[in-house]
Design a protein around this ligand. Structure first.
Ligand SMILES: Cc1cc2nc3c(=O)[nH]c(=O)nc-3n(C[C@H](O)[C@H](O)[C@H](O)COP(=O)(O)OP(=O)(O)OC[C@H]3O[C@@H](n4cnc5c(N)ncnc54)[C@H](O)[C@@H]3O)c2cc1C
Length: 381
C-alpha cells in the first residue's frame, strides 16, 4: 500500500506518543506513528516511572522544570490519571567524592528556583525512617519529585492523539528510510511504502539502527537495567520518598504494597539483551537490606530488565540531523525519557511546526559529539 503522511514518527513509546499528541495541539493531523511491535513494548513498559528535578546539568533541570507542570496537570489535560505520587526524591550522599558536586548542584538548583534542599542525616531519617543513615554525609530532598505510571501516561497520549486523527500502526517496523536529494521523502515498512517529508526518530534504544537507515550515525547504545519488586512489607505502611543511595545507584520506591528496587550493574555492556540476569539479584538484595533493613521482613516477588538508551554524555539527542533534511531525532534519554516526554513532545512539535523551540536545546544537538561539546551530568548512574 502506498500512502502519504505529513509526519512519520518511528517508535510507539512515550516519546513518540507525546510528540504525536503535541503535534495535534499545533494543528498537525496527518501523522503516522509506526511501531515495530506493540505500543509501549520498549523501555516505556519496563521502567521505574521516576520524575525528578534534581539533575546536575542545567539543561536536564530545565527539561524537568518544563515537564513537571504537564505531569501535575496530566489528568486534567489528558483525561488519564498518571498516578503521580509526588512524594519527593531523597538522595543520600555517603562518599566524600560526591560532596562537591552535590554542593554545586544545590547552588544551581537555588539559582534556577528548584525547591530542593540539603538535609542532615537526621532529617533524612525523618523523611524515611526505614532508611539507614548512620553513614550519610548529607542528603538532598525535593518534594516536587516523585514517580508516576508510564503506561497510563502513554495510554493517555495515545488516546488523545487518536481522537485528533493520528494513526498508530503496530507490527509496522520501519525497514528503510527513503531520501531524495538529501532530504527524507518516505519510509518503507514490511508491508507499506509511506511518503513523508518529516520523520521523527523516537525509537528509544533502537534509535541508532533507525538513524543508520538514513546513513546517520547516532551514538545511542542499549544498556540493560534491572528492576526487582518485593512482596508487601509488614510495617511499611506510610508513603516515603523515592530514596537513592547515590554511591551505588540503589533506589527504591513504593510499589503495590512492596518496594520497587533498581540498581545499575557496573559490569553491564551495551547489548540488545533484556533477559533477566538473576545472578545480579543477590547484589541488589544485599545493598537493599543494608540500606533499608526493614526489607528483611519480605522477599522478592518479581523482576524484569529493560534497556536504557545510553549516550556518551547521558543526555538526550534532540533536533534536526545535519545532512538529512527532514530527519529529526528525539532519542538517547539515558534512562530519563518518561520524565522528559512531555517537554520533548512540546519542543519537537514546535521545531516541526514553527522551525524553532521555546527552550534552547542547542546543547542537545547531535553535532556535539562531532565538536566535542558534551554536556556534563553527575547525577545519572
Ligand atoms: C529499568 C529502567 C528504569 C527506568 N527508569 C526510569 C525512570 O525512573 N524515569 C524515567 O523518566 N525514565 C526511566 N527509564 C527510561 C525510560 O523508560 C525511557 O527513557 C523511555 O521509555 C524512552 O521512551 P521512548 O519512547 O523513547 O522509547 P521506547 O519506549 O523504547 O519506544 C521506542 C519504540 O520504538 C520501537 N522501534 C524500534 N525500532 C523500530 C523500527 N525500526 N520501526 C518501528 N518501531 C521501532 C520499539 O519497538 C519501541 O516500542 C528507565 C528505563 C529502564 C530500562
Amino acid at each position: 500500500m502506498r500512502r502519504n503522511a505529513d509526519v512519520v514518527i518511528v517508535g510507539g513509546g512515550i516519546i513518540g506518543a507525546s510528540i504525536a499528541y503535541h503535534l495535534t495541539k499545533k494543528g498537525v493531523r496527518d501523522i503516522l506513528v509506526l511501531e515495530r511491535d506493540r505500543l509501549g513494548s520498549g523501555s516505556t513498559g519496563k521502567n521505574a516511572g521516576g520524575i525528578r528535578l534534581q539533575f546536575s546539568s542545567e539543561i536536564n533541570v530545565k527539561l524537568s522544570q518544563r515537564s513537571l507542570p504537564h505531569i501535575e496537570r496530566f489528568a486534567d489535560e489528558i483525561g488519564t490519571d498518571p498516578h503521580f505520587h509526588q512524594v519527593g526524591y531523597l538522595f543520600l550522599i555517603t562518599e566524600d567524592r560526591d560532596v562537591d558536586s552535590f554542593e554545586r548542584s544545590l547552588a544551581m538548583w537555588s539559582r534556577l528556583g528548584i525547591p530542593a534542599r540539603k538535609v542532615s542525616a537526621a532529617e533524612a531519617k525523618g523523611l524515611f525512617k526505614h532508611a539507614r543513615t548512620d553513614d550519610v554525609r548529607f542528603g538532598t530532598f525535593c518534594a516536587k519529585d516523585g514517580y508516576a505510571d508510564p503506561s497510563s501516561m502513554l495510554n493517555g497520549y495515545v488516546a488523545r492523539a487518536r481522537e485528533a486523527g493520528v494513526t498508530f500502526m503496530e507490527d509496522a517496523p520501519v525497514m528503510a528510510v527513503v531520501c531524495t536529494n538529501g532530504r527524507v521523502s518516505g519510509v518503507r515498512t514490511k508491508a507499506d511504502e509511506i511518503g513523508a517529508r518529516t520523520l521523527v526518530n523516537a525509537a528509544g534504544p533502537w534509535a541508532a539502527e533507525v538513524a543508520k537507515l538514513a546513513s546517520i550515525e547516532l551514538p545511542v547504545q542499549p544498556l540493560r537495567r534491572h528492576i526487582f519488586v518485593t512482596e508487601p512489607v509488614p510495617g511499611l505502611d506510610e508513603d516515603f520518598p523515592l530514596t537513592i543511595e547515590f554511591a551505588t545507584g540503589l533506589y527504591g520506591h513504593r510499589e503495590s504494597g512492596g518496594v520497587l528496587l533498581g540498581m545499575a550493574d557496573p559490569n553491564e555492556k551495551p547489548a540488545f539483551d533484556d533477559s533477566v540476569n538473576w545472578d545480579f539479584m543477590p547484589t541488589v538484595v544485599e545493598r537493599a537490606l543494608s540500606r533499608f533493613p526493614i526489607l528483611e521482613r519480605t522477599s522478592i516477588k518479581t523482576g524484569w530488565a529493560g534497556l536504557y538508551e545510553d549516550t556518551p554524555d547521558k543526555h538526550p539527542i534532540l533536533g534536526k540531523a545535519d545532512g538529512v533534511e527532514g530527519f529529526i531525532n528525539a532519542a538517547g534519554f539515558s534512562g530519563h525519557g518518561v520524565m522528559h516526554a512531555p517537554v520533548t513532545g512540546e519542543l519537537i512539535a514546535e521545531l516541526i511546526v514553527d522551525g524553532r523551540t521555546s527552550l534552547d536545546i542547542s546543547a542537545l544537538a547531535l553535532s556535539r559529539f562531532r565538536t566535542g561539546q558534551l554536556v556534563r551530568e553527575h547525577n545519572v548512574i
